[in-house]
Design a protein around this ligand. Structure first.
Ligand SMILES: Cc1cc2nc3c(=O)[nH]c(=O)nc-3n(C[C@H](O)[C@H](O)[C@H](O)COP(=O)(O)OP(=O)(O)OC[C@H]3O[C@@H](n4cnc5c(N)ncnc54)[C@H](O)[C@@H]3O)c2cc1C
Length: 618
C-alpha cells in the first residue's frame, strides 16, 4: 500500500496546494518541485528508516558511562535526512532553505513518521531553530539556528521538570546574570542556570557536533526569590558545548550533565533524558552553572516557547496520524491474506452454513468478514481523516504567513482553535486505529513478530507529551473557543456551514450534511451551556468529552469536504479510491458522529459526577 495517492489527492485535488505557487514567496515552485521533494523523502524513508524501525525499538539507547550509544542505522538515517535539505525546507534561500510551503514540508515529513517515527526527522531541531528565527538576535540566528538547519547541531526543548509537567508555572530552574558585562556577550545576555529538566527528548547523543537546548528558567527578583507563575519564566539557549561567535566549538564543555536515560514504552529510537543544569559536573571557568544566552526579553520565555509548541503540536498530530496509517496498511495487508472462517449464511447441505460453521466449505480471507471490514474502515476513517486535518492546518500556517491581511488573520485565529484538535484527535483516534490493527491480526498482533504492537506502543506517547489530553481540553474550552469574543469558533462554524450548503445539493451527501449541521449547532449550544454559570469549575469539569465532541464534529466536516472533492474529481465514481473515500465518510457519519450527542450531554448538564466524588469514595 502506498501513501502517495492519498497524499496527492488531499494536497492537489482537495487543498489545491499547487495554487500556493502564485504567491511571491513560493513563485519558484511548481507541482514538479513539490513532487521531487516527495520522491526524495519517500525514497529516504523507504531505504534508511523503514528497515530499521524494529532495530531502534530493540536496541534501546544506552549510556556507557561516557556516551549515549544509538544504533548505527540512526546515525545513517539522520545524516540522509539532513543531507536532503529537509531541516531547512521552509526557510529563506538566504538561510540555505528551499522556501517550500509548510504544507509541503509537513506532507513530506509524513513519510518519515510512517517509516520509523522514533528515528526522528528533526522536528525538535527545526522547531528550535524556527523559534530562534523569530525571537533570536542576528548572532543567535547565525550561530545556532543556521547550524541546526544544516544538521551540524541538533535542538531540544527543555520545559518539563520532575515537579513541573503540566504546570509550567512551577518550574524552579534559576538563571542569574553571569558576572560583569553579562549583558554584552555577542551571543546574547549571558546567565548561569541551575536546575533539573525531566523528559528531555534527544537531550543527549552523539548524532551531531553539538546539542542546542532551549531552556525555560526563572530570573530571581531583587529579593533573590523566584517570581511565582508563568510571568517569571524566561528562555535561554544553553549549548551542550560552548561555541564562539562563528559557531565553532571552543573545546569547553558546558555544565549540562546527563543524570539518566528514561526507559520508555515506545518511541525508543530517540533518547529521553533527565538533564542536570549547573550542578558543577562540567564547571565553566571553574564555576558551577550552565552558561545560557537569553532569547527575547526577560520574563517573556513562555510566550516565545509557544511559538515552538504550536508547530510541535501539528507535528505530534501528524506523527500520531502516520503511526495509525502504518498500522492500517499492515492490517489491511494481513486481512487480505489471512484465511480464517467461512461466510455467514453461505448455503450448505447440512444447514450449518448460516453461522459460517460448515467446514466442508473453503475458508475465506478475513477481509471478507463484515466485522473485519468494520475495523479496517474505522482505521481508514480515523487515519485518512486525521491526515486531511493535519494538512489543512499546515495549509492554514501558510495562509497565516503569506496570505492577504484579513485571510492571514483569520488563519491565525482558526489555528488557535484547531491546534488542540490537530494535536489531540489523532493522538486518541489513531491510537485506537493501532489497537484495531492489533485486533485484525488476532493473536499474531500481540506478538513482536508483527509490527503493529510497536505502532501502538509508539503512538501511546502522543496523548501525554506536548500538553496532555486533559490540558489540551482545558485549553480548548477554557481559552480557545472564548478568545476574541468567540470569533475563532464563529469562523470555523462559517466554514463548516459553507461545506454543509455545498453537500446538501448532492443526494449521496445530503443526509451527512444535515447531521453535521445538527452536530455543529449542538457544539455551539453546549459551549454556551458549559459556561452558563460563569464558573470555570462547572464548565471545565467535562472538558475532555467536550474536546472529543468538538474533534468529531471537525472530522465530520473534514470528511464531508473531502467527499465533495472526491466526487468532483471522479463524477462517475469509477475509481475505487472514490468509493473508499465515500465509504469512509459514510462510516464516520453512521458510526462516529452519533457519539457527539452523548459526549455533549454531560457538558450541557455541567455534570459533576466525577468532579464531586469525594476522594475516599474511590
Ligand atoms: C517520551 C516523552 C518525551 C517528552 N519530551 C519532552 C521534551 O522534549 N521536553 C519537555 O519539556 N517535556 C517533554 N516531555 C514531558 C511531557 O510534556 C510531560 O510528561 C507532560 O507535559 C505531562 O507532565 P507530567 O508527566 O509531569 O504529568 P502531570 O502534569 O503530573 O500530569 C499527570 C496527569 O494529571 C493530569 N493533570 C495535570 N494537571 C491537570 C490539571 N490542571 N487539570 C486536569 N488534569 C491535570 C494530566 O492531564 C495527566 O493525566 C516528554 C514526556 C515523555 C513521556
Amino acid at each position: 500500500m502506498s501513501l502517495r495517492p492519498t497524499l496527492d489527492f488531499l494536497l492537489y485535488d482537495w487543498l489545491q496546494a499547487e495554487s500556493l505557487n502564485q504567491r511571491g514567496r513560493f513563485a519558484d515552485h511548481s507541482r514538479e518541485t513539490f513532487d521531487a521533494v516527495f520522491d526524495t523523502c519517500e525514497r529516504i524513508a523507504r531505504e534508511k528508516y523503514a528497515p530499521f524501525n524494529r532495530t531502534v525499538d530493540t536496541q534501546e539507547p544506552h549510556f556507557d558511562g561516557e556516551k549515549v550509544i544509538l544504533p548505527q542505522a540512526t546515525h545513517e538515517a539522520q545524516k540522509a535526512y539532513a543531507a536532503s535539505g529537509m531541516l531547512s525546507a521552509a526557510q529563506d534561500y538566504a538561510m540555505g532553505g528551499m522556501q517550500l510551503p509548510y504544507t509541503v514540508e509537513a506532507a513530506a515529513n509524513a513519510f518519515f513518521a510512517m517509516a520509523s517515527v522514533s528515528i526522528g526527522s528533526g522536528l525538535l531541531t527545526t522547531g528550535n531553530a524556527n523559534l530562534l528565527m523569530v525571537h533570536g538576535t542576528d548572532a543567535q540566528k547565525e550561530v545556532f539556528a543556521k547550524n541546526e538547519f544544516s544538521g551540524r547541531f541538533s535542538g531540544t526543548m527543555c520545559l518539563s521538570e520532575p515537579q513541573a509537567g503540566s504546570s509550567l508555572s512551577d518550574v524552579t530552574t534559576r538563571a542569574v546574570p553571569d558576572g560583569e558585562g553579562f549583558e554584552s556577550d555577542p551571543l546574547g545576555p549571558r546567565y548561569r542556570l541551575k536546575g533539573n529538566k525531566m523528559w528531555i527528548s534527544a537531550g543527549e547523543h552523539e548524532l551531531t557536533d553539538n546539542i542546542i537546548h532551549l531552556v525555560l528558567a526563572k530570573i530571581p527578583g531583587p529579593d533573590g526569590k523566584l517570581i511565582a507563575g508563568t510571568r517569571g519564566i524566561s528562555l535561554f539557549i544553553v549549548p551542550k558545548k560552548l561555541v564562539d561567535e562563528q559557531g565553532e566549538l571552543t573545546g569547553v564543555r558546558n555544565d549540562v550533565a546527563l543524570a539518566g536515560l528514561n526507559h520508555k514504552l515506545g518511541w525508543r529510537g530517540t533518547t529521553n533524558t533527565l538533564l542536570n543544569f549547573g550542578e558543577g559536573k562540567y564547571p565553566v571557568k571553574g564555576e558551577a552553572g550552565a552558561v545560557g544566552y537569553l532569547v527575547g526579553q526577560p520574563h517573556e520565555g513562555l510566550r516565545c516557547m509557544f511559538h515552538m509548541m504550536n508547530e510541535a503540536r501539528i507535528g505530534v498530530g501528524m506523527a500520531a496520524t502516520m503511526l495509525g496509517m502504518a498500522g492500517y496498511y499492515a492490517s489491511l495487508d494481513y486481512a487480505k491474506n489471512r484465511p480464517q472462517g467461512r461466510p455467514i449464511g453461505g448455503g450448505s447441505k447440512n444447514g450449518t452454513g448460516a453461522v459460517g460453521k460448515d467446514a466442508t466449505q473453503p475458508q475465506i480471507r478475513i477481509i471478507e468478514h463484515a466485522d473485519v471490514k468494520r475495523m479496517l474502515l474505522a482505521q481508514k476513517a480515523y487515519c485518512e481523516g486525521a491526515l486531511a486535518l493535519e494538512l489543512y492546518c499546515a495549509r492554514l500556517v501558510d495562509e497565516h504567513h503569506t496570505g492577504e491581511a484579513q485571510a492571514a488573520d483569520d488563519a491565525r485565529l482558526l489555528l488557535e482553535v484547531l491546534t488542540p484538535i490537530a494535536k489531540s484527535w489523532p493522538s486518541e483516534w489513531c491510537l485506537e486505529a493501532n489497537s484495531l490493527a492489533i485486533q485484525v491480526h488476532g493473536g499474531y498482533g500481540y506478538t513482536r513478530d508483527f509490527p503493529v504492537e510497536q505502532y501502538w506502543r509508539d503512538n501511546r506517547l502522543n496523548m501525554i507529551h506536548e500538553g496532555t489530553h486533559g490540558i489540551q481540553a482545558l485549553d480548548l474550552l477554557g481559552r480557545k473557543v472564548l478568545m476574541e469574543g468567540g470569533r475563532g469558533l464563529q469562523l470555523l462554524a462559517a466554514l463548516i456551514n459553507t461545506t454543509v450548503e455545498r453537500a446538501i445539493q448532492r443526494p449521496e451527501l445530503a443526509a451527512h450534511a444535515n447531521a453535521l449541521a445538527q452536530a455543529l449547532q449542538r457544539v455551539g449550544s453546549a459551549t454556551k451551556a458549559a459556561w452558563a454559570t460563569g464558573q470555570p469549575g462547572d464548565a471545565l469539569a467535562n472538558a475532555v468529552p467536550y474536546m472529543q465532541a468538538f474533534g468529531h464534529t471537525v472530522l465530520a466536516w473534514i470528511w464531508l469536504d473531502v467527499a465533495l472533492a472526491a466526487l468532483k474529481r471522479d463524477a462517475t465514481k469509477t475509481i475505487a479510491a472514490t468509493t473508499g473515500k465515500l465509504g469512509a465518510a459514510r462510516y464516520f457519519y453512521h458510526y462516529e458522529l452519533p457519539k457527539v450527542a452523548a459526549w455533549l450531554k454531560v457538558v450541557e448538564n455541567r455534570d459533576l459526577t466525577c468532579a464531586d466524588l469525594p476522594e475516599e469514595a474511590f
